[in-house]
Design a protein. Structure first.
Lengths: 215, 215
DNA sequence: AGGTTCTGGTGCATTTTATCACAAACAAGC
DNA sequence: GCTTGTTTGTGATAAAATGCACCAGAACCT
């Protein structure tokens, strides 16, 4: 296994975003294999699990270095480590959550973030009845205190779990407060400046994708 | 506006899945515009909202028919209607949900499904303490009754909102019961037969995608 | 030691996806 | 009715993503 001293883009050629998007899936799967006590795997096995070709996995990884060994495959622990460094999840990122409804509550109570690099450090709501409630690891805070908390915690990532009609306004304020990454659960496409990255989770989009094929 | 008598694949050439995946986003956005009282829009306006090119929108739609009018654009209500037919959401699909934890509770209590073509018709759990609880529109049922309820309701779509370590087993039983579409919230790639479609929601995948760029 | 079987990395071919750019259709003003 | 300004639908083109096929390195068996 050739030592790749630094984990970085192999060349400084830009790596396709679609490749980056698959790395977390590889990482998740590798850690599951590790949990099963496995030590090594191959691009073929991994591809089989994920329903993608082994060539794609090899090519994706080759953007960042040479992590495998011919004839053997990949050392799972080592590859996990490398992927974590590539994705910058070899640390824990603070996240602020807006919306203390049932969805916010579910997110706040989810125990699986920490081991994968994330921690909810604040939850905000505008409803006075919600403020002060204990939810998951923290207490619900007044959304008016957003900026203050962002500065304290150094958070860059946020989650929007509020009703659709206030989502854009919330997004504007998150950006105003300095957040640069937003995961939006509201079923709306947000308008944001170019330096802000938004990703979306909307189950109905998935359902509608499915029903196309259900005829 | 040329009458497209049937809403169907223009040609019987297969339409790319990636195109299908964008249609629900178009539909969502169009309905938001309709809610704002707008009557017509253009591929350019729509593309501006969504951050994609107008050409892509036109080409995507052109797979299914001619829905616009030169010089004017698209009639929003009409296009919504057509997209709903294309996606088969001009009806309401029954959905069964497995997992009555806080995530299951959030999903069950979400009021936004019905207007977009879906209704939770059953919630299952194995925990005796959960069974019988009222959750959203229904009462939590014993997972052992799955097959029976699926037959009663005619459901084809299911949602997995259970802990990772039971997700595969739950998926197996859903498939066993005849479900063919699964939306999986557990952070695991399921192994399923070819006739079953699975989509995934895992916020951590999105977070890790973001942190790559946060360096 | 030598042959056999794996498996990763990679250049090249293929397929898929996105963009360009333009004719035709329509609206509106004059 | 003619001209001007839009906007669609689409063939052609460009770009991106995927898959193929093979070489070299490594393990393992005899």
């Amino acid at each position: 296994m050739k030592a790749t001293t630094t984990v970085s883009k192999r060349n400084s050629k830009e790596i396709p975003d679609i490749v980056i998007g698959r790395l977390p899936v590889y990482l998740r799967t590798l850690r599951l294999l590790a949990d099963e006590g496995r030590d090594v795997t191959s691009s073929q096995e991994l591809g089989g699990h994920l329903g993608i070709s082994s060539a794609q996995i090899r090519k994706d990884l080759s953007h960042f270095g040479e992590f495998g060994k011919q004839g053997t495959g990949y050392n799972i622990a080592f590859l996990c480590n490398q992927l974590q460094k590539i994705l910058n999840v070899d640390r824990v990122w603070p996240i602020v959550l807006v919306g203390a409804g049932s969805l916010g509550n579910a997110i706040a109570n989810y125990a699986g973030f920490e081991s994968r690099g994330f921690r909810i450090v604040a939850i905000f709501d505008e409803d006075k009845k919600k403020i002060g409630l204990e939810m998951g690891p923290v207490f619900v805070d007044d959304f008016a205190n957003l900026k203050e908390r962002v500065e304290e915690t150094g958070a860059q990532i946020s989650v929007i779990a509020v009703p659709t009609h206030v989502a854009q306004r919330v997004a504007d304020q998150l950006i105003q407060a300095g957040l640069t990454s937003i995961l939006c659960y509201a079923p709306i496409t947000l308008t944001v400046p170019p330096h802000v990255r938004v990703e979306y989770i909307d189950p109905v989009i998935h359902f509608q994708h499915m029903t196309y094929y259900l005829g």
